[in-house]
Design a protein around this ligand. Structure first.
Ligand SMILES: Cc1ncc(COP(=O)(O)O)c(C=O)c1O
Length: 369
C-alpha cells in the first residue's frame, strides 16, 4: 500500500558525515550520541542502527524504557540513561548492561545496598550540578560524596556535568560551570578516585568551549545537522539529517476573495491554485508557522494559506500547478528544496529542539542510506 501522509526522510549518509566532521573537530575522544526523545524525533532505532558500528560510539537516552527498546532492537553499544536512577530499576540495568546516572546520595546508597545483596552493581556515572540546577550532586557536598564512594568501595565509571548556556554568545556562565567542574575533578583526585569517562560537553560547548571536551563529548543536535542556537559560530560543517515533507492530495483553482481554513484569516487576493497537503499539527507540523510560513516545492517557496489544521494544511501555489501525489518540503534539505528548521524556530519564537522532537503522529520515518 502506498503511504500517503507526512514523511520524515532520515538521511543517514549525512548523519555519518556529521559525526565524522564532529570527530575531526574534537580530536581523539569517545563520542556519546544522544538518541533520547526518539532520537530528537528522527527515530532512535533508525539513528542508533546507522551509527552503532562507528568507532567509539556510546549511546545515551533519557528514560530506562528507551534503553530497553534499543537493547531489544539489538543495539549492543555502551548505553547511558540520563534520568534519575530508580532503585527498583537497578537489576534491569545490570541485566541489560546499562550505565545509570547517580546524582543524589540516595542513589549511591541504593547502589551500595544492591552491591551488598547481589555482589554486582551496574556501571554508573556520577553527575554534579555546576549551574543547571537540574539533576546533580551539590558542589558543596563533593567531599561527602567522594568519602561515601571511597568508604563503600564504589567505582563510578564516569563523572559529568551539564552546561546551561554553552550555546550562547556570552560564555561567562559556562566558563564558571567549567571552573567548578575542574575543581570537583581535583577533589576526586585527592580521594584517588579515577574515572574512565569525564564529560560535560554538549553541542553548544563542542562549538564554543573546547576546554570542556575532556575524554568524551556528548552530542545531540549537532549530530542531527542543526545548530544548537543562533548564537554559535558553526565551525563544524553539518547537514540536516531530517527532511520533513508532506504530500499534495488535492489542487483546486479558487477565485479572488476566497477564505481559506479555520477562522478565515487568509483570503486570496487573486485567482489562484490552492493545494491541500496531508500533514497537520497532530503530525508535528509547527502550527504557529502558518502566519508567515511557507513550504518549498521544486526549489520555490509557497505561502501556507490559513491556519494549519489537525491533519492537513493548505498552500497557495499562485499560477504554479503542482500535481497530486507530489511532495512539498516543510523543513530540511531534499531534492533541491531547503528550509532550515532553525529559520522556522527563530520566526515562531521556539527552538529547534522543540520542533524536531515534536515530529510524531502519522509521520512515517523513511531511512535514506
Ligand atoms: C545530559 C545531556 N547531555 C547532552 C545533551 C545533548 O545536548 P545537545 O543536543 O545540545 O548536544 C543533552 C540534551 O539535552 C543532555 O540532557
Amino acid at each position: 500500500m502506498k503511504i500517503i501522509g507526512p514523511k520524515a526522510y532520515i538521511h543517514t549518509d549525512r548523519l555519518k558525515q556529521n559525526l565524522w566532521n564532529i570527530r575531526r573537530h574534537v580530536g581523539d575522544r569517545s563520542i556519546m550520541c544522544v538518541v533520547k526523545a526518539n532520537g530528537y524525533g528522527h527515530g532512535a532505532i533508525e539513528i542508533a542502527k546507522a551509527i552503532q558500528q562507528e568507532a567509539g560510539i556510546i549511546l545515551a537516552v533519557f528514560a530506562i524504557e528507551e534503553a530497553i527498546e534499543l537493547r531489544e532492537n539489538g543495539m549492543e553499544n555502551e548505553l547511558m540513561v540520563f534520568s534519575r536512577m530508580q532503585a527498583h530499576s537497578i537489576s534491569k540495568a545490570v541485566e541489560l548492561n546499562l550505565t545509570v546516572n547517580a546524582c543524589d546520595i540516595s542513589d549511591l546508597e541504593a547502589l551500595t545496598h544492591y552491591k551488598s545483596s547481589q555482589k554486582s552493581v551496574p556501571k554508573f556515572h556520577i553527575k554534579f550540578d555546576t549551574g543547571m540546577t537540574r539533576l546533580g550532586f551539590d558542589i558543596k557536598d563533593q567531599d561527602d560524596i567522594f568519602t561515601f564512594i571511597q568508604e563503600n568501595d564504589l567505582s563510578p565509571e564516569g563523572i559529568y556535568s551539564h552546561f546551561a548556556t554553552a550555546d550562547e554568545g556570552d560564555l561567562s556562565y559556562a566558563e564558571s560551570q567549567l571552573n567548578d567542574f575542574n575543581h570537583i575533578l581535583e577533589t576526586a583526585k585527592k580521594y584517588h578516585i579515577n574515572f574512565n569517562y569525564i564529560h560535560c560537553s554538549n553541542s553548544g560547548s563542542i562549538l564554543n568551549v573546547p576546554e570542556s571536551y575532556f575524554n568524551l563529548i556528548r552530542v545531540g543536535m549537532l549530530m542531527y545537522g542543526v545548530p544548537p542556537s543562533e548564537e554559535v559560530s558553526m565551525d563544524v560543517p553539518v547537514e540536516p539529517v531530517m527532511s520533513f515533507c508532506g504530500p499534495i492530495v488535492n489542487v483546486r483553482r479558487v477565485k479572488a476573495g476566497t477564505q481559506i481554513s479555520y477562522g478565515g484569516v487568509y483570503t486570496t487576493d487573486k485567482e489562484t491554485n490552492i493545494a491541500v497537503v496531508q500533514t497537520g499539527f497532530a503530525d508535528g507540523f509547527p502550527r504557529p508557522w502558518y502566519e508567515n510560513g511557507y513550504v518549498s516545492y521544486k526549489g520555490q517557496h509557497y505561502k501556507i494559506a490559513g491556519r494549519v489544521c489537525m491533519d492537513q494544511l493548505m498552500v497557495d501555489f499562485g499560477e504554479t500547478e503542482p500535481k497530486e501525489g507530489e511532495e512539498v518540503l516543510f523543513f530540511g534539505k531534499k531534492d533541491g528544496n531547503e528550509i532550515p528548521v532553525e529559520t522556522i524556530a527563530n520566526e515562531i519564537g521556539t527552538t529547534t529542539y522543540v520542533l524536531l522532537t515534536a515530529i510524531h503522529g502519522r509521520t512515517k520515518r523513511i531511512v535514506i542510506h
